[in-house]
Write a protein that binds this ligand. Structure first.
Ligand code: HOZ
Length: 431
């Protein structure tokens, strides 16, 4: 049976969607392009579960691609939104909610002394790059192959996530001019980084990187690589931009920079910082951030930036993270899942690697350790697709690409994890 044929309402809704929207989706990452078949159309979600239009229930390990660290419809977020919505949804003017969210970010992320709120991770990285160029007066930027920083023109080069999944790591429409100032280097290659700086260091404004990759699957940085990032940028007066859109508030309260001891100049945030609403943020030292208008001259603005609904959801989420930190729980659930998946794959004789940091994890279908995009791109993506649909058939909703991370939330239970391991054991046995 073709995937999707057991979901007639999803099928109909998606067929209609294709007549209204390109490919029937508003973001290609959710189009199931790499696994074949049709996306499942969601009716609602609660806790660790998604419910589709046909009434099927799925244990969700996507969590809206990261934000739902407490699970769906988290009561404190729902209550904060209910309270905020009756007061008007956007004023385009300052509000105390912005202060509360900014203050929480500064409290939790010590490298941020001042922050600017925007409406998405893409806006955050785009603006951070502009700021870095404005501060240094230089044009070149460095990014790493397989890292994904949203759909910013200058960063959509050798990009991970849906760009890699759908084989357009360099998108049509990105002009040669827009990408000419982007140097793409290999992740986890300190020598390559130093060589690039030796050649053109005086023209490089910044290095932007995922401190723990999630967008080519989970790839862990070596200590040597992280040290080289900080030292090399410092030696050449370039800025280090740590893209914590995915890892911020996820791998530790203070993000990857707290967990791995990174000291960036600019940090970009998204996903969890908005508690499931569209929020991004970027911040750094007072001195760097003072270059932004209206204090400085670097332009960046937004009608809905810091709007009261988004800040209410963000504040409720960060407050809950501080008051009842879920990190011990989600880390131990994820470790349990990792162990179970490893044993199941070994028993089934499936070539695999599992990479996990905290509650982010990827099961790679490859024999080789995955340390860079060159390694990740060797994975057996056809086998991943079979695995994905096998899991869907058993009520487990995973990211629909080998090149994404799964997320465990505080709404998951040990029973959920054991159910997931049992499903994976059955599926892997049949591959
Ligand atoms: N940043 C998300 C995870 N890689 C992708 C979500 C999307 O593009 O829709």
């Amino acid at each position: 049976m073709l995937p999707g044929t057991t979901r007639p309402k999803s099928h109909d809704a998606f067929a209609r969607a294709k007549t209204f929207m390109p490919g029937g989706v508003n973001s290609p990452a959710r189009a199931f392009g790499a696994v074949g078949g049709e996306p499942i159309v969601i009716d609602h979600a609660k806790g660790a579960h998604l419910f589709d239009l046909d009434g099927h229930r799925y244990l969700d390990y996507v969590g809206s691609w990261g934000p739902m660290i407490f699970g769906h419809a988290f009561p404190p977020v729902v209550a904060a939104l209910q309270k905020a919505i009756a007061r008007g949804t956007s004023y385009g003017a300052p509000t105390p909610g912005e202060n509360e969210l900014a203050e929480a970010i500064l409290r939790i992320v010590p490298s941020i002394e001042k922050v600017r709120l925007v409406s998405s991770g893409t806006e955050a990285t785009m603006s951070a790059i502009r700021l870095a160029r404005g501060v240094t007066g230089r044009d070149l930027i460095v990014k790493f192959a397989g890292n994904y920083h949203g759909h910013v023109d200058s960063l959509l080069v050798a990009a991970g996530s849906a760009a890699a999944t759908l084989a357009v790591p360099d998108s049509p429409g990105v002009t040669a001019g827009a990408s000419a100032n982007t140097l793409v280097l290999a992740y986890n290659d300190p020598d390559g980084l130093r060589a690039a700086f030796q050649e053109q260091g005086d023209q490089i404004a910044c290095v932007i990187f995922e401190p723990i990759c999630g967008n080519m699957g989970v790839v862990v940085p070596t200590e040597e690589f992280l040290a080289s990032l900080r030292q090399t940028t410092r030696d050449h007066d370039a800025l280090l931009v740590c893209d914590e859109v995915m890892t911020g508030f996820r791998v530790a309260l203070g993000g990857a920079q707290q967990r791995l001891g990174i000291d960036p100049d600019i940090t970009t945030l998204g996903k969890i910082v908005g508690g499931g609403l569209p929020v991004g943020a970027y911040g750094g030292s007072d001195q760097i951030m003072a270059h932004l208008l209206p204090e400085g001259k670097v332009f960046q603005s937004g009608t809905l930036s810091g709007n009261p609904l988004a800040t209410a959801a963000g504040v409720a989420t960060l407050r809950a993270l501080e008051e009842t930190p879920p990190y011990g729980k989600i880390e131990s659930l994820a470790a349990r899942l990792e162990t179970g998946l490893r044993q199941a794959a070994e028993r089934a004789g499936i070539a695999h690697q599992i990479a996990r940091v905290g509650s982010m994890m990827t099961l790679f279908f490859t024999e080789q350790p995955v340390t860079s995009w060159d390694d990740a791109s060797q994975c057996d993506t056809a086998r991943f697709a079979q695995y994905f649909w096998g899991m869907i058939d058993r009520g487990i909703y995973l990211p629909c690409s080998q090149y994404e991370a799964l997320f465990v939330s505080a709404a998951h239970t040990e029973d959920d994890i054991d159910q997931t391991i049992a499903a994976a054991a059955e599926v892997l046995e049949k591959l």
